[in-house]
Ligand binder design. Structure first.
Ligand code: SAM
Length: 619
């Protein structure tokens, strides 16, 4: 449950963009007629408890926050932290699920042999399986409701002179532009920046290829807002008016940067030098690639940040993903706030920032979405945890219900589970229960009284007594409504990974040797993978060695704190090819199954290849 709701101070701009003449939509932007959004806006931004998980480098106010955008904004507001620039690249309404590829690492014992024989790693030995990261699962209305609430919350934490970029594409961009007119004011619109690319992009039989994204650029206050003007150098084949030649005889012209960004942008710096920004899709820029779907190129972010921020300003990305914004902000001497709901994002940005030698803190908001690696995986897991749940919905039971349970007393019982992928649906409030009481259970009238009871799971509830009273006063059917706390089911989700290790001391040198590693979560995943592969003619099979060391992605020693905030005094990250980074410095070495430190380690942290972390005390 949120500790409290922090009221919104800002109001949307009145008289803007009412799109309810579109018959398709019950609301789209006329939010004031929409109970759901309006109620939540009235209630405020949910503020949750927070844990500081790790401190990296020197004390710093740079933040990496695991939590959702809304609760992060509540936290910032509560702390009175204002940001100067926001870049967000929220999940598009594309109906896609993005997956993280999970690679089995090289077993250290084999790696040693390989090193001796100076053999090269073979890619097929990597064996990757996929994990769901997050999904774009929205209907337009739901998406816009959700986006509206997020934009309103973001606006709350923007300084008076701040600006915001919202990165979207053809799926929903035009609607969000209108939403932004409403939230930030049409007069505060600066540009629609087109990021054009040659590769990728959908091409369909009935359309020409789609090769650009749109970045909507707004300021909080157009009157006091100024951008950093950027001059672009364009090289040309022939001379035209205003062209010149550089020292190599190449013809060029310096012009003001246009709002179409593509390829490589050559910027003329104040000192006359040329700086290059690669705005190509990151797939072409392999040294940047961190294997995060939807990762955007650093060059694009560099330009956007240089246009709208100055050194020491705070740049925030509330849908941070691979951490490109935080990384670039740090490189450009800005301060940063990175927020994301997925553990894979937090780990990816953490490791990326450690390589950049950045200083930051990692915080975790207890907003209920971090029950598993991410909400999608939590939903999948739930389906297996509710005992006896049948996901196949029988006739007359629509997709509002998550599945059904059956017992001899009540027969079939439809089960409602809030969709954790949509944060706005998480709280059981009067609006949500109203949908059950006054709409959904009435559909069962057609089931000839077969449905006697429905079960409503909740994760957060505004006021359980009020909800019960509402049910009592409003349920006009004979169907019983049982409320159940989802957290009790989720308590069983996490079984910690197990490790056996030995600590060797040699004067001032301490070495932890990992003898074996076992992860129940990964074992289940690998069993699932193998079962699927067994059905294919040429399916591969993953066999894990007895010591299981190839399931480890990262090890770290804390020699400072026995409990609480993690301080990584020594760390090794094993990349998908088996090469290690030691304390953020990449090497061409394979891991030998050990980690050392100069002071006595107090705790050992291990991250498995799917991102689950466990901390073990060293006595
Ligand atoms: C399109 S990706 C961002 C990619 C990023 N710009 C990059 O270059 O790597 C969107 C991200 O939003 C995160 N996300 C989805 N819903 C969220 C929410 N409610 N709050 C915070 N993050 C969320 C997802 O986990 C995902 O990492």
């Amino acid at each position: 449950m949120p500790i409290r709701y922090i009221p919104y101070d800002k109001v949307p701009v009145k008289g803007q963009a009412i799109l309810n003449n579109i018959t398709r939509s019950q609301r789209v932007l006329s939010y004031k007629d929409n109970d759901k959004v309006y109620e939540r806006i009235q209630r405020g931004i949910p503020y949750y408890e927070l844990n500081e998980l790790e401190s990296v480098g020197e004390a710093s106010d740079n933040l990496v926050i695991r939590g959702e955008c809304l609760s992060t904004c509540a936290y910032l507001k509560e702390q009175n932290i204002k940001v100067d620039l926001v870049y967000i690249d929220p999940p598009f309404a594309s109906g896609a699920d993005y997956a993280k590829k999970v690679y089995i690492r090289k077993n250290p014992k084999l790696a040693d042999k390989i090193k001796k024989a100076e053999e090269k790693m073979e890619m097929e030995e990597l064996v990757a399986f996929e994990e769901k990261m997050y999904g774009d699962i929205w209907s337009k209305e739901d998406y816009l409701n959700w986006m509206y609430e997020n934009l309103m919350a973001i606006k709350e934490v923007m300084s008076d002179t701040a600006s915001i970029y919202v990165h979207l594409d053809w799926h929903i961009g035009h609607y969000v532009k209108i939403l932004m007119d409403e939230v930030f004011g049409e007069e505060n619109f600066v540009n629609e920046i087109i990021w054009a690319y040659r590769s990728g992009g959908a091409s369909k039989k009935k359309s020409i290829a789609r090769k650009h994204d749109s970045v909507y650029f707004y300021t909080n206050n157009n009157e006091s807002f100024e951008i950093n003007t950027i001059k672009e150098r364009q090289y040309l084949e022939k001379h035209f008016i205003g062209t010149q030649e550089d020292e190599n005889g190449k013809i060029y012209v310096d012009t003001i940067l246009t709002d179409t960004l593509s390829g490589v942008i050559n910027r003329v710096m104040d000192n006359g030098n040329i700086k290059e920004y690669s705005c190509r899709p990151v797939l072409n820029v392999s040294k940047e690639r961190v294997d995060y779907s939807t990762q955007k190129p650093e060059g694009l972010l560099e330009l956007l940040l240089e246009i709208a921020s100055n050194e020491n300003m705070i740049v925030a990305d509330f849908f941070g993903g691979s951490g490109v914004t935080a990384k670039v902000a740090n490189d450009l001497n800005r301060r940063f706030i990175h927020c994301d709901i997925g553990i894979n994002s937090i780990q990816t940005v953490r490791d990326r920032l450690v390589e950049s030698k950045a200083d930051f803190k990692i915080l975790e908001l207890q907003d209920g979405l971090n029950l598993f690696r991410n909400p999608i995986q939590t939903m999948d897991k739930l389906a297996t945890l509710i005992d006896g749940l049948n996901r196949k919905l029988s006739e007359g039971i629509n997709s509002f219900w998550f599945g059904t349970l059956t017992n001899s007393k009540y027969g079939t019982m439809p089960v409602y589970v809030p969709d954790l992928r949509d944060s706005t649906k998480k709280v059981l409030d009067i609006v949500a229960i109203n949908e059950v009481v006054n709409k959904e259970i009435h559909n069962f009238d057609t089931c000839n009284g077969e449905i006697k009871k429905v079960i409503v799971y909740y994760i957060d509830v505004v006021d359980i007594d009020k909800i019960k009273k509402f049910i009592k006063e409003n349920n006009e059917t004979l169907i019983d409504i049982e409320l159940k706390d989802l957290k009790q089911v989720l308590d069983f989700v996490v079984v910690d990974d197990k490790v056996e290790f030995t600590l060797n001391e040699d004067g001032l040198f301490y070495e932890v040797k990992i003898n074996s590693f076992y992860s129940d979560r990964l074992k289940q995943k690998i069993d699932e993978y193998n079962a699927k592969q067994a059905l294919k003619t040429k399916g591969s099979h993953i066999t894990i060695s007895e010591d299981g060391l190839e399931l480890i992605e990262y090890v770290s020693l804390d020699c400072t704190n026995e409990s609480g905030i993690w301080q990584s005094d020594s760390e090794i990250k094993i990349d998908k090819n088996g090469f290690i980074s030691v304390n953020g410095t990449k090497t061409k070495e394979f891991w030998n199954g050990k980690i050392s430190s100069n002071t006595k380690p107090k705790r050992l942290k291990i991250r498995n290849i799917a991102g689950d972390e466990t901390i073990h005390q060293i006595n």
